[in-house]
Design a protein around this ligand. Structure first.
Ligand code: PGA
Length: 249
């Protein structure tokens, strides 16, 4: 069975202005290598503009969050149906910045993932331990607890998701996990998914995120069970993001 192409996803977070959004997404879309898949998850107000800029290219569009509710009186929230209508293929759910700042629970994250799927989007479910949790030997149990409500959505749902392992201590710090640290967690995630869907777990892409740079991408992406990356800071520079995409070919 052939492995799926690697996937590299840019997470712009709350960065940029309209001009930058169009210039950056156009530059990436115009030079994307073949033999891999890439997406950019942009702030909500840029979805229309960036969607137009990448429409004729292989660069996919994504968002950084979605409501767990379908529609209605939920001030400030954005529905999966809206994202889908704006051309999104992907949506990040459960990023550690939202788990920390908005107190998102793993149950809510799973509900968001289910809502995204129902609208035809591919959720990118983020999990990851803090520095304290790693140092006290809890990494794998934390990941397992974060994944539990997602796995409870069932095999069909999990088989069509992307999972991103992002150690909180590695995000935006310049301190990437070592390949060994990442592989250990990726293998645990793969095993958990395999417990649900057997061999088809090989088709679920498990991304690594946390200070991925052009210099570190190739080594990470060639390691077993690392199927691509979720890229924050380095996705804000076309040259760096493209170099990371190249490393995924
Ligand atoms: P970083 O962010 O690449 O800037 O560490 C990754 C992320 O938060 O998705």
């Amino acid at each position: 069975m052939s492995k799926p192409d690697k996937l590299v996803v840019g997470n712009w977070k709350m960065n940029g202005r309209r001009d930058m959004a169009v210039a950056l997404s156009s530059a990436v879309a115009g030079q994307l290598p073949s033999g891999m898949e890439a997406a950019v998850c942009v702030p909500f107000p840029f979805l229309g503009l960036v969607g137009e800029a990448v429409a004729a290219s292989a660069l996919a569009l994504g968002a950084q969050d979605v409501s767990d509710q379908e529609e209605g009186a939920f001030t400030g929230e954005v529905s999966a149906g809206m994202l889908s209508e704006f051309g999104c293929r992907f949506v990040i759910v459960g990023h550690s910045e939202r788990r920390a700042r908005q107190a998102e629970t793993s149950v809510l994250v799973a509900e968001k993932a289910a809502r995204a799927r129902a609208a035809g989007l591919t959720p990118i479910v983020c999990v990851g331990e803090t520095r304290d949790e790693r140092e006290s030997g809890q990494t794998l149990s934390v990941i397992e607890a974060q994944l539990a409500p997602v796995l409870a959505l069932g095999g069909e749902a999990v088989g069509s998701m992307v999972i991103a392992y992002e150690p909180v201590w590695a995000i935006g710090t310049g301190l990437s996990a070592s390949v060994e640290q990442a592989v250990e967690v990726h293998q645990a995630i793969r095993a958990a998914v395999a417990g649900l869907i057997g061999d088809r777990a090989g088709d679920v892409r498990i991304l690594y995120g946390g200070s991925v740079k052009p210099e570190t991408a190739a080594e990470l992406f060639s390691a077993p069970d690392i199927d691509g990356g979720l890229i924050g800071g380095a996705s804000l520079k076309a040259e760096d993001f493209l170099a990371i995409c190249q490393a995924a070919v």
